[in-house]
Design a protein around this ligand. Structure first.
Ligand code: G6P
Length: 485
């Protein structure tokens, strides 16, 4: 199994991501931290229980030198290590290049992409800072697993530094948590070659779906003129392997939470509150890729075309604040607020509020209770690397066997057989899907749920991590054997 393979020798694993899995906060002179949210963070926390590793990342702020000392020892106790970036570099690298250029481009929002040289410079500086920080951590023979679009130059920068020090047995993996777009779109990027070459110094590149991997391979052929197969690229005389590894969640966290008193009580409260009313739940980071406006418009259309549901169904939408320093996100907030007001104004009465909208993050027990009470979970992303809300909903639905309505533009749509698939741009179709979901007979809901549940239970976060690491070890062994011939 993947797990035997990954555990078979003593190579250390170093995970590198933009964000450390912790949020630091101070009360007086004491620093404390808590695990932060986000798909990547929860997936890797799952893996962390299965194998030991060090996690290297940006702590989210510059801090002063006194604070850094305290923070560093706190992090070290928890096998984490910080890469500090000065505020200006962090701003231009994270908000500028990563979230205003790569993120929109990779999600087919090229209209939102503003290419600025200063942001590109900062992206290079930040990736170089990560490479230098890693030199203090990495030993020969280690596995270094780099995460996501923030760190696409890091494989190459790290490899150069390691080679210069004669550390030639370090293996490098890189995984993309977003879509990789069609080469026709990707080629818009002014630094398209540099970014591709940046990741091609890794030994294994991972994507959520075959389509993303295929788009990446055609970009290598068309932009760099490299020779590719369906699972490898030849670059600089080396084979760079490319694979598909769909991420998952730790379903046990949800199942366990449902057994706690706090969730049981909250769920009972929700059940009383929504008695006689159907509940549709939406949980999204408030990001333009999540299609929240499309969701609100489709819900409005549903109420307009199915008046028998007015007063009998509510949409509970949690919109988790995200990347508020980027202009596109601010405009989205205004747009969403307006739509929520419009729908509630149009269909609301003193007794009935069609949309319960929360622009905040909710606690884990609150989240699980919401998932558990909902008859339907509605996901309308216009592009989404994977979308783990769909998995979390399934993990919380043992009792109710609720219906998942899932955008075909999510990575999850490739795996989650048992959901009603929708084109989130087609309001009519989404509205029909809601009707179908709300009126689905219990036997069919159960049959669908069982399919979904089997998949989500098997393809966990740990399974994802161990599969990737197992494959990284396999391709590395193969390369070492070839080198000895
Ligand atoms: C996506 C990205 C992650 C990121 C997360 C939260 O899932 O793939 O790398 O951590 O969003 O976004 P943030 O900008 O807050 O880290």
């Amino acid at each position: 199994s993947a797990s035997d393979d990954a555990g078979s020798d003593q190579a250390r694993l170093i995970v590198v991501s933009n964000r450390l899995p912790v949020t630091l906060s101070r009360s007086g002179s004491e620093w404390t931290f808590k695990l932060s949210s986000g798909g990547l963070v929860s997936a890797l926390s799952g893996l962390k229980r299965e194998m030991s590793f060090t996690w290297v990342g940006w702590p989210g702020s510059d801090f002063g030198s006194d604070d850094r000392r305290k923070i560093n020892s706190l992090l070290q106790e928890n096998s984490c290590s910080a890469v500090y970036l000065d505020d200006e570099t962090a701003e231009l690298y994270y908000n500028g290049f990563a979230n205003s250029i790569l993120w929109p481009l990779f999600h087919y929002h090229s209209g939102e992409m503003i290419f600025e040289e200063a942001a590109w410079d900062a992206y290079q500086r930040a990736n170089a800072a990560f490479a230098n920080a890693l030199l203090d951590v990495v030993k020969d023979g280690d596995l270094v697993w780099i995460q996501d679009y923030h760190l696409m130059l890091l494989p190459r920068m790290l490899r150069q530094l390691l080679d210069a020090r004669g550390l030639r047995r370090v293996k490098i993996g890189w995984f993309l948590h977003t879509p990789f777009p069609s080469s026709e779109l990707y080629r818009i990027l002014p630094v398209r070659s540099e970014i591709l070459e940046g990741v091609l110094s890794a030994d294994l590149l991972g994507f959520h779906t075959h389509d993303y991997a295929r788009h990446f391979l055609s970009s290598c052929t068309r932009i760099l003129g490299l020779t590719t197969t369906t699972s490898a690229v030849e670059s600089d005389g080396r084979m760079v392997h490319v694979g598909t590894f769909p991420i998952g969640i730790e379903p046990g966290q949800f199942v366990d939470a449902l057994q706690t008193e706090v969730v049981k009580d909250r769920l009972a409260e929700f059940e009383r509150k929504f008695e006689g009313t159907k509940v549709i739940v939406g949980v999204d980071r408030l990001d333009y890729i999540k299609g929240v406006p499309q969701k609100l418009l489709a819900f409005e259309h549903f109420l307009a075309t199915h008046p028998e549901y007015v007063g009998r169904v509510v949409l509970v939408q949690v919109a988790v604040p995200s990347r508020g320093d980027v202009e596109e996100y601010r405009q989205l907030i205004a747009n969403v607020y307006e739509l929520v007001g419009r729908v509630n104004g149009r269909f609301g009465t003193v007794e009935y509020t069609p949309i319960h909208f929360m622009h905040k993050s909710v606690t884990f027990p609150e989240l699980v209770s919401l998932y558990a009470v909902a008859d339907v979970c509605l996901i309308t992303s216009t592009r989404d690397g994977m979308n783990l809300v769909s998995y979390e909903y399934v993990a919380s639905q043992q009792q109710r066997h609720g219906v998942l309505v899932l955008s075909e533009f999510t990575g999850a749509a490739q795996s989650l057989n048992g959901a009603i698939m929708i084109n989130s741009w087609n309001m009519e179709e989404v509205s029909d899907a809601l009707h179908q979901a709300l009126s689905m007979p219990a036997e069919q809901r159960e049959a669908n749920f069982n399919k979904l549940h089997r998949y989500v239970t098997k393809h966990t976060a740990a399974y994802w991590g161990l599969s990737f690491i197992g494959e990284l070890k396999r391709v590395s062994r193969e390369a070492d054997e070839l080198a000895q011939l």
